[in-house]
Design a protein around this ligand. Structure first.
Ligand code: C2E
Ligand code: CA
Ligand code: CA
Ligand code: CA
Length: 272
């Protein structure tokens, strides 16, 4: 009826209004330096030393506090703001690495997440090149993380960009491995260095044998292709033991550390 139509219409425009507000707030957030990176350590399953960090974005909102990425990254991607945000993340992560170097803290590698829109523009390889030059970070110390869906959404552009990154010496990881619509073909065709096993396969280790079998298969597949494996979202000792037993190389998860501000990591490393 007419009433319910009106109702639906109001809801719709309200949602659109909210998005517009969020969009302009997000644009201002970039200019006002309200975006921050937190860093989560990656540890070796060999000796449990830190082998790198993943940079994860948050929005430090003056009123709402710390806003997690799932609340604004999708809109940033839809509106194209992700181009500016992504470049900022790259620059900030590389700058932070050099700052850690200067403080005598050797963080071997930093990982940065890349959205599909950054691949589609074709601008990313040049941007990465100039950020590395500008900050002085060695290319081998930067990992770019692309999800399977990013790779499959535009396989040609992704392949082009990835070849450029390989030439520069920048490392490449497939993020959330096993959750996208996987194509085994790209695994042998693309210059990959690392597979990150999605947390959804890790969280029920010990309870779901299907997940255990999948983890085992992913680790074996990666090994035969000469790729390093990272287990995402390791929360329990028993999961770590199982994954180490499979020959998984690197762990990331709350068991070791949540993502924390750079200063917090710096302080805890200096104490050690
Ligand atoms: P992701 O790349 O898969 O990042 C891993 C997520 O898992 C992070 O969530 C991290 O905090 C969380 N995590 C790590 N260990 C554990 C654990 O043991 N248990 C649980 N429950 N969670 C764990 P976060 O920081 O909220 O980021 C969510 C997603 O937002 C990321 O998923 C990534 O897709 C996206 N994102 C974050 N930063 C950026 C960025 O700079 N650029 C882009 N394009 N996307 C980003
Ligand atoms: Ca990631
Ligand atoms: Ca991931
Ligand atoms: Ca994930």
């Amino acid at each position: 009826g007419r009433n319910s139509f009106e109702f639906f219409n109001d809801q719709l425009s309200e949602g659109m209004h909210e998005n517009l507000m969020l969009e302009s707030a997000l644009r201002m957030a970039v200019e006002r330096n309200e975006l921050v990176l937190h860093y989560q350590p990656l540890v070796s399953f060999n000796d449990f030393t830190v082998v790198g960090v993943e940079a994860l974005i948050r929005w430090q909102h003056p009123i709402q506090g710390l806003i997690p990425p799932y609340k604004f990254i999708p809109l940033a991607e839809e509106t194209g703001i992700i181009g500016d945000i992504g470049l900022w993340v790259l620059r900030e992560a590389c700058r932070q690495m050099v700052e850690w170097d200067k403080a005598g803290l050797n963080v071997a590698r930093a990982s940065v997440n890349i959205s599909v829109q950054q691949i589609e523009t074709g601008l990313l390889p040049k941007q990465v090149e100039s950020v590395l030059k500008e900050t002085g970070l060695a290319a081998e110390r930067l990992y770019l993380e692309l999800t399977e869906s990013t790779i499959m959404q535009d396989p040609q552009q992704a392949s082009l960009a990835m070849t450029e990154f390989q030439k520069m010496g920048v490392k490449l990881a497939v993020d959330d491995f096993g959750t996208g619509y996987s194509s085994m073909a790209y695994l042998k065709r693309l210059p990959l260095d690392r597979l990150k096993i999605d947390r959804s396969f890790i969280k029920d280790i010990g309870a779901d044998t299907n997940d255990e079998v999948i983890c085992k298969a992913i680790v074996q597949l990666a090994k035969s292709l000469g790729l390093e494996t990272v287990a995402e979202g390791v929360e329990e000792e028993s999961q770590a033991e199982f994954l180490k037993g499979l020959g998984c190389d690197v762990a990331q998860g709350y068991l070791y550390s949540k993502p924390v501000p750079a200063l917090e990591l710096t302080a805890s490393w200096k104490k050690k």
